[in-house]
Design a protein around this ligand. Sequence first.
Ligand code: F3S
Length: 420
Amino acid sequence: MKLSRLDQEMLEGRHGEARRRAMDGLVTLGRAYGAPDLVDIGYAHIHAGMAMYKDDVELMEELAALGATVAVPSSANIANADLVNWRQTGAPEKLALLQQRAAGAHKAMGSACAFTCTPYWAGHWPTWNTHMVSIESTVTIFCNSVLGARSNRDGFFAVYAAIAGRYPRFGYHLDEQRVGTHRVDVRVEPGNVSDFSALGFHVGKQVGGGVAVFDGFKRRPTLDQLDALGAAMGTSGGISMFIVPGVTPPYATSEQAFTGRRPNDLIVADEQGIRETYAQFSDGSDFDLVHVGCPHASYEEMKQYAALLDGRKVAAGVELWVTTSRSVRNMAAEAGYVATLEKAGAKVISDTCPMSCHFARTASPDPALGVEPPSLRGIVLDSAKQAKYVRDMIRCPTLLTSTEKAIETALTGRFVPRYP
Ligand code: F3S
């Protein structure tokens, strides 16, 4: 692999141990994938340091102690607890205090303490052709498919890339990877963000690791709808990118998106596919919790939740969680939406989500933290992504419905399905 003079110097440790370690990891990654060289990156969405995983926060602290600093604008991904309002989720205090230490490491390294899976709603908005890295698949997919930036689905290597400001040129950093493989014939007009999530889950299963090209949306999907579509596709499949001609830069038509290649089997996106996803994630009969805000809610979604809950009250015995980033939460607080939600009895939670918090049974926390995942009868959700992970990680039944009906469920105490 061809290295620039600066790459070589970093590899030799002439820019400190943290950059040496980072470059060593990136060169190993690049060689494994046959990358010809490394590119400059312009943005990094990186690991938070997860308190539910033994020694994981400590790993970020170790890098900070080595003097690591990020070379490009960087944001921290979702964490295992709300660092400030953790009491309202029932998180053990020791877990929350450990999670708070991750913020210290990020501040020392110069990365923004965003602690969210939707950093774009918090102002991190990489533009067309920006090479970037992301530990969160939802971010990879949104940035590739909506913003036209270039990102793989990265793991811890994203931290190394942030420190070095470099990344091996392979995968979705290459033009040849960013072309359509499957044509999706859209024969339905999804009615809301949750329908886009259900549709994305249905399509993602069939696309696997390819690039779906959506043909036939009657109107341009909103940013929230595109976000939900991609998040769900990345959960049921291994996708990193989809293309909506006219939305995804630089493709104006589906012919351009395939750049002369023949698409694989045609995928039909119809109402049946949406209904099947709702049915697949509605095995519960009872619930303790209603959740909205997966991926972490945008300002527009916070506004919508506030309108639905204004002047009303969550039913006795029901918990309603609204999850969003701390930045969006601050904006929503200034607009009065957080007060409206809290007055209605909702809990507005940042930095985490149900499947990422201490509810998860698949994590390996230090026994000294005293994490005892609660026993839940079920969770009502409006996101196929969250539903899949609640099933797999919290191991409790789910009831998937639309956002409006999830909130109606919280208000009435009775599950309201998407389809009557
Ligand atoms: Fe974000 Fe949690 Fe959903 S990490 S995308 S809110 S499952």
